[in-house]
Ligand binder design. Structure first.
Ligand code: ATP
Length: 500
C-alpha cells in the first residue's frame, strides 16, 4: 500500500525530521525547518551527491556562490522578464493558486511573434496538462516564428472550479514573477533592487572562466554547486516538494558541440542510476522526455527523472541540454569573452552545457517516502524506514536492557563513545527495550546494540538488524568490525542503461 503524504508529514514532525516554520506563530506557509534527524538526512543526501559528482570523478570542480548576485545576471538569464507562473484568484474564498493546478486546466494564450522575415504575427496557443505554461516565454518557437510577448491569457471553455471552496468564480490567469526581490543599502528604489537567486546554475556560468583558468581545465569539464535557492512559488501545498526556499544540487557540464549528445545520454543515465544506487525502488522511478513544445526557452532537450509521489508522478530531477544559451547570453550582457580557446584546432568555442539539476529537499522527501513500510509483527503494527544505510540519519543505537544496573549503563556508554568516532551513534534508555526498537525502526536506524545482564558475564551484546529483526550475539570488542562490514555507506555504482 502506498503511503500517504499526511503519514509522512506526521512522522516527520513526531520524530524530529521536519517542522512547520515559525509554528508557534501559526506557521509560515511553504517554509519548513529541519529537525535533528532531518538535518542528518539532508547532510547524507548532499554527501552522496557530492561523492558521485565530484569526489569519484576527475572532471568536475566544486563551487559555492553568493545568493545575492549582480542584477544583470538575472537579466541575462531571462529570469527578470520571464520567470513567471500563471496566477488565478478565487473571487469567492480569495484563495490564490497556479492556474495550471486547476482541475481540467486549459488556457488560450494569445501571443505576438516575429517571423524569420521580420513580420509580427499574432497567434493563439492552447495550453493544457500536456504543455506546462512555463514554456510559453519569449524565445518560444511556434511554426517558425519566435514569440515576443504574451498579450492575453484566458481559460478555455466554461469557468473552472476553485480547488479550495468549489465555487466557479476564478479570475482569468495573469502572469506572476517568481523572483524574490530585496534591496541593498538604506534606500529602497529600483537602483538598489537585487534578487535572491532562483537557481544556483547561473553562478556556474558567470564563474566559468574563473574556474577554468584557475584549475587549468580543458573541455569537457563540469562545475558543481549545492546551495539555497528562492522562488516565490504560488502553489505550495505539497510539504517540502515545493517550498519558497530550498536547496539545489546542480552541475553544469561544459563540452564541445558535437560531443554533447553523448554527454547528455551519459548524464541522464548517471543521474537515474544514482537513485537506484541508494536504494530507491526501480518501479517508483521513470524517465520522461519533454516534447519539443514543452522545452524551456533555453533548453534543446530535457529528461525529467520522475518519482511516483503520493500525489502522483512528479519531477525529482531535470537533466537539460542548455546548448550555448547561457554563456552566449552572459557574453552579450557583460561584454566579456567566455569562449574556450582550443589550442589544438586554434578555434574559439562556446561550449554546450548539459545540466543535471536536483533538489536536496525533494530528494530527502523521496528517500523517506520510498523507505516507509508498515508491517504486522506479532499482532502489532511496526513502522520501519528501510533507508539505505548511507541515508539513515543514525547508523546505530546502543540500548541498555536494564538502566538500573550501573555496569550495563557504563558498558553502553563506553561502546557508544567508541562507535561515535566512526558513525552517528546514540545511546537511549528512555523507555523499555521493545519501545526503543520501534523508535529506531521508525527513523530508519540500521542497527541496535543491546547490552544485558548476560553481557556482564560473557562480554557479548545483541546486535539487531532493522530490516530482518534478526539478532546476533557479538563480542563487545568485535561490534565495530561487525557493523563496519554491514554498514555499506558507499554502495557500488549501478549501470542500468535507462536511456540506451
Ligand atoms: P517544477 O517544475 O517542479 O517547478 P522546475 O522544473 O522549475 O521544477 P528546476 O528549475 O529544474 O525545477 O529545479 C531543479 C530541481 O530543484 C527540481 O527538480 C526540484 O528537485 C528542485 N526544486 C525546484 N523548485 C523547487 C521548490 N519550489 N521547492 C523545492 N524544490 C524545488
Amino acid at each position: 500500500m502506498a503511503v500517504s503524504l499526511d503519514t509522512i508529514i506526521s512522522l516527520c514532525k513526531r520524530r524530529g525530521f521536519i517542522f512547520q516554520s515559525s509554528e508557534i506563530y501559526g506557521g509560515m506557509a511553504a517554509c519548513y525547518d529541519y529537525g535533528p534527524l532531518g538535518v542528518e538526512l539532508k547532510r547524507n543526501v548532499r554527501d552522496a551527491w557530492w561523492r558521485a559528482m565530484v569526489q569519484e570523478r576527475g572532471d568536475i570542480e566544486g563551487l559555492e556562490c553568493s545568493i545575492l548576485m549582480h542584477p544583470d545576471v538575472w537579466r541575462a538569464s531571462g529570469h527578470v522578464e520571464n520567470f513567471t507562473d500563471p496566477l488565478v484568484d478565487c473571487k469567492s474564498c480569495r484563495a490564490r493558486f497556479r492556474a495550471d493546478h486547476v482541475e481540467g486546466y486549459e488556457a488560450v494564450y494569445t501571443v505576438t511573434a516575429r517571423t524569420d522575415g521580420g513580420a509580427t504575427e499574432r497567434f493563439e496557443v492552447t495550453l493544457g496538462p500536456q504543455i506546462p505554461t512555463k514554456v510559453i516565454r519569449p524565445g518560444y518557437r511556434h511554426n517558425g516564428a519566435v514569440l515576443e510577448e504574451i498579450a492575453e491569457i484566458k481559460f478555455k471553455g466554461s469557468p473552472r472550479t476553485c480547488p479550495t471552496c468549489g465555487n466557479r468564480e476564478l479570475t482569468e490567469p495573469r502572469l506572476f514573477n517568481l523572483l524574490f526581490r530585496t534591496h541593498v543599502g538604506p534606500i529602497e528604489d529600483a537602483a538598489s533592487t537585487v534578487f535572491m537567486r532562483p537557481e544556483t546554475a547561473q553562478g556556474m556560468f558567470v564563474n566559468f572562466e574563473n574556474v577554468r583558468g584557475s584549475m587549468r581545465r580543458k573541455l569537457p569539464f563540469g562545475i558543481a554547486q549545492i546551495g539555497r535557492s528562492f522562488r516565490n512559488e504560488i502553489t505550495t501545498k505539497a510539504f517540502v516538494f515545493r517550498t519558497l526556499e530550498f536547496e539545489q544540487m546542480e552541475m553544469e557540464f561544459f563540452c564541445k558541440p558535437g560531443t554533447d549528445e553523448e554527454w547528455y545520454r551519459h548524464w541522464v543515465n548517471e543521474r537515474f542510476n544514482w537513485y537506484l544506487r541508494y536504494g530507491i525502488r526501480r518501479e517508483n522511478l521513470r524517465l520522461r522526455q519533454h516534447d519539443a513544445d514543452e522545452l524551456a526557452h533555453y533548453s534543446r532537450m530535457c529528461h525529467d527523472i520522475e518519482y511516483n509521489f503520493p500525489m502522483g508522478w512528479g519531477e525529482l530531477e531535470g537533466v537539460a541540454h542548455r546548448g550555448d544559451y547561457d554563456l552566449t547570453a552572459h557574453m552579450k550582457q557583460s561584454g566579456k569573452n567566455l569562449k574556450f580557446f582550443d589550442e589544438e584546432t586554434k578555434e574559439a568555442i562556446t561550449p554546450y552545457v548539459i545540466e543535471p539539476a536536483a533538489g536536496v529537499d525533494r530528494t530527502a522527501l523521496t528517500f523517506m517516502i520510498d523507505a516507509y513500510h508498515e508491517e504486522e509483527v506479532r499482532g502489532e503494527k511496526r513502522v520501519v524506514l528501510r533507508l539505505h544505510p548511507a541515508m539513515a540519519p543514525l547508523k546505530v543505537a546502543v540500548l541498555p536492557l536494564l538502566k538500573k544496573r550501573g555496569e550495563i549503563v557504563e558498558k553502553c556508554q563506553a561502546l557508544t563513545a567508541a562507535l561515535k568516532q566512526r558513525w552517528r551513534a546514540v545511546y537511549d534508555d528512555t523507555a523499555a527495550i521493545g519501545k526503543l526498537y520501534r523508535r529506531q525502526d521508525e527513523v530508519g536506524t540500521p542497527f541496535c546494540v543491546t547490552i544485558d545482564v548476560e553481557s556482564l558475564d560473557d562480554g557479548k551484546a545483541t546486535v539487531r538488524d532493522r530490516d530482518t529483526m534478526e539478532q546476533d550475539r557479538i563480542e563487545l570488542g568485535r561490534i565495530e568490525d561487525y557493523l563496519a562490514e554491514r554498514l555499506v555507506l558507499n554502495p557500488p555504482k549501478v549501470a542500468e542503461p535507462a536511456l540506451g
